[in-house]
Every structure is written in C-alpha cells, then in structure tokens.
Write a protein that binds this ligand. Structure first.
Ligand code: PGA
Ligand code: ZN
Length: 426
C-alpha cells in the first residue's frame, strides 16, 4: 500500500452510559481520514486488558480517559507516523512493544484499541474497500445470526433478575434482514405482554426490558410467549440464548441468586439448573454458565450439556489466546465470545478467532454494555465469518447502528450474501 500514516489524534467522547471513552482519528498522507470509538464493559472479566481511566474524582467521578488520550497523541502517534496502515500486525505489534506490559496497562487498552481499529478503517478506505472486505477478503459474505438481548438483569439493570441477558436468536430465518425483522417483531410483542401484566417496560443498558420478575425462569417464559404472539415457532424460528454472566454473583459461598432471592447454589447445582432450563425452554446457547474461576465446573458442564447446547466462555477467556488454549485443552466449552476491547487490538483478536477455528469451536463477535455509534463489529463479524453476533436489543441507537450496518452489508453483497443457522448445520 502506498499511503502512509500522517497523523493520529485522540479525543475524549461519551459512551451510551454517559461515561467517557476514547475516539481516535487517523489521517493518511493520501488525504484519507478515518475514526474509531472504543466500547466499555460493566461485568468485566478479571483478566481483561486494562481500560485506562484517570482516577481524578473531580472529573466524571474518576472515569475520565484523558491519560489514554494523551498516550495516543504523545506516545503512540509519533511511533506510528510514516508506517504503512495496511500492515495491521506490524502497527499493533509496535504498540504492544511500546506498552511492554501483559495487560496494556501502560498505554491503556482503550488507547491501543482505538488506534488499531482506526488504522484498519483508514487502510480499508484508502484502498477503496468496505471494512468487511478489507479485513475478510473476497470470501467474506456470511451475515451473522444475531443474539438480541431483550430482557436485562444482573449488573445491567436494577431489577429482581439475577441473570444478565435473555436473548432472542432468530436462527430459522432465511436471511439476516428477515432475522432482524423477526427479532424486532418479537421485541414489540414482548413489550405489550410486559405492559399488559402491569410491569415496567423501561430498558436496561443494552436496550432489553428490565421488569421485576417473580423469578429468573419468568424471563424465558415471557420470551416464549412473545415468540408465539409474534407468530413464530419457539426453537424452530426463534430460539433463546442466555448470558447469565455468573462471575458477577459468584461468592466464596457459591452462586448467590440474591436479586431474585433464589438462594446460594454450588457449581453442580447451577449445572443442574441449566440442564433443567435446556429441557424446559428452547435454549441453544449459554454464555458464562459458571464463573471465570470455575474451570473444572466448566469442563464437567460442557461434558454434560455441550452436545445439546452451545457453551460460550466470555469472562473465562477474555478473548485471550492464553486462556482459550487452556479451554481447548480442558474442553471447558465449545465456543468463545469475542470482544476486541478485552484483548485490545485488532490483530490479537483475529489470532484468538484463528485459534477457535483450528479447534473447530464457534465464536461470537460481541459489543459491550457501554457502546458508541461505531459499528466496527458489524463489519468485523462478516469479515471473520463466524456467523453469530451479540449486539443487544432492538432499541437504542448504539445497538441499532450495528444492525443497520449489517443491513447495508447484506444489501451490498446482494445474491452473494450467505445466512445460515449455526445450529441446524452442526
Ligand atoms: P459487559 O457485558 O459488556 O458489561 O461486560 C457483556 C457480557 O457480559 O457479555
Ligand atoms: Zn458475557
């Protein structure tokens, strides 16, 4: 590639929760200008790369990111200036060397990732390719089945539900756009059901409803009812995916279902709960069914349920090849959640995905609960071809931006666009 990196600038912007985050603007010497914005999690895994925050309580309660911004402008930019933006691995490696820590704590993973994504986008733009084609090549044509988080609990909502995410997966649709339509129709049916029961239709951080339910099971019951009310067949057309994010309520005593007053369960009892749920509801995927410290529990659970259900590690792996390699060795799950900001650069994220592919594991590209209008992951999931994306509910523009971008990609690919359920072919 002819163009070279001419300038890199960062600024502090706000995410969907009103907390500061990093935006990076990259300019190439051919006039190309591209930008990227970094997301932020709430139920973060313990071993995620470090999100650098200022800690100055006088600004944004300590959550400012001016240090990360300065690191981009003063440390990273001078190093990358003059580099070929299409050499993503080299660009990322230069930042890793400059940082020199295992968790990117010197520069901040938010600083590094912002640059990494903006450089990828600038390179794509400069060679006249859409981002998905630049990152994925001519074979990038698979649209993902969305996991749509329509009931929020756990740390994402102030309600009586322990489990963080109850998601729709319209995997029986013939195309991405029809899958999106099914999801939106079920979402609206769910809203009227919740409203009719006299419960709140206010939404949580990812745009799912956050009513006070009598127990956790009621989340699945409501969704099944909504799928039917919208005219779809539960399981066949629209299935359920869960992310209970159990690390958030794992205590020394066990899994404490405090929000629903459901008592404390040990690893085997949680596994038994999921086994019952898989029997009672059309559940095709469970993420973090056990805590990030419960490796032996994960192995036992996957041996028991992995043949019937996709078992996804999120906090367990934090998109890091070190942990995914262990998971593969110990058969701890059969799928990995992929979040760019957990590891902190585009090329390391791709390495993690390659590891999944080699093991025959599935991988799901995911947003964070704190998002921006940046739709990078929509292009990224098509480029990586894994066929599954988790990007929130059917409201709130920071979530819809990703769905709308996927609609654009589907339209652009035309007849070449591919869409298939990861579950019927497995
Ligand atoms: P987070 O939640 O972005 O708050 O970490 C998402 C998830 O747990 O998958
Ligand atoms: Zn998760």
């Amino acid at each position: 590639m002819q163009a070279r990196i001419a300038a890199i600038n960062a600024m502090e912007i706000l995410d969907s929760r009103g907390n500061p985050t990093v935006r990076v603007i990259v300019r190439l010497d051919d006039g190309t200008i591209a930008q990227a914005s970094v997301p932020s999690g709430a139920s973060t895994g313990e071993y995620e790369a470090l999100e650098l925050r200022d800690g100055d309580k006088k600004r944004y309660g300590g959550k400012g990111v001016l240090k990360a911004v300065t690191n981009v402008n003063e440390l990273i930019a001078p190093k990358l200036k003059g580099m070929d933006p299409s050499r993503q691995g080299e660009v990322d490696r230069t930042m890793l060397d400059l940082d020199g820590t295992a968790d990117k704590s010197k520069l901040g993973a938010n600083a590094v990732l912002g640059v990494s994504m903006a450089v990828a986008r600038a390179a794509a733009q400069s060679c006249g390719l859409p981002l998905y084609a630049y990152l994925g090549g001519a074979g990038a044509r698979r649209l993902p089945v969305p996991m749509m988080n329509v009931i929020n609990g756990g740390t994402h909502a102030d309600n009586s539900v322990d489990f963080q995410e109850f998601m729709l997966m319209p995997h029986g649709a013939p195309s991405f756009s029809e899958s999106l339509r099914a999801g939106a129709e079920v979402f609206h049916a769910l809203k009227s059901i919740i409203h009719k029961r006299g419960m709140s239709t206010g939404v949580g951080d990812e745009g799912g409803f956050a009513p006070d339910l009598p127990n956790n099971e009621a989340g699945c019951e409501l969704i099944v009812e909504a799928i039917k009310a919208a005219g779809y067949a539960p399981g066949k057309d629209v299935a359920i995916a869960l992310d209970p994010a159990t690390s958030a309520f794992a205590t020394d005593a066990g899994y404490d279902l405090a929000k629903s007053k459901g008592g404390v369960k040990n690893s085997a009892e949680m596994t038994a709960l999921w086994e019952k749920w898989i029997g009672d509801f059309p559940i095709v995927s469970i993420e973090d069914p056990l805590s990030e410290h419960d490796w032996s529990g994960f192995t036992a659970l996957t041996a028991k349920l992995g043949g019937r259900c996709q078992i996804v590690g999120d906090d367990l792996y934090v998109t890091n090849t070190r942990f995914v390699a262990r998971g593969i060795k110990e058969s701890a799950s059969n799928a990995v959640l992929i979040k760019l900001n957990q590891i902190g650069s585009v090329s390391e994220t791709i390495e993690t995905i390659e590891m999944c592919r080699r093991a025959g594991w599935r991988y799901i590209v995911s947003h964070r609960s704190g998002e921006t209008e940046d739709s990078f992951i929509a292009d990224f999931v098509v480029a990586m071809g894994g066929g599954q994306i988790k990007t929130g509910s059917l409201c709130r523009s920071e979530r819809i931006a990703k769905y709308n971008r996927l609609l654009e990609i589907e339209r652009e690919l035309g007849a070449a666009a591919q869409f298939e359920s990861p579950f019927t072919t497995a």
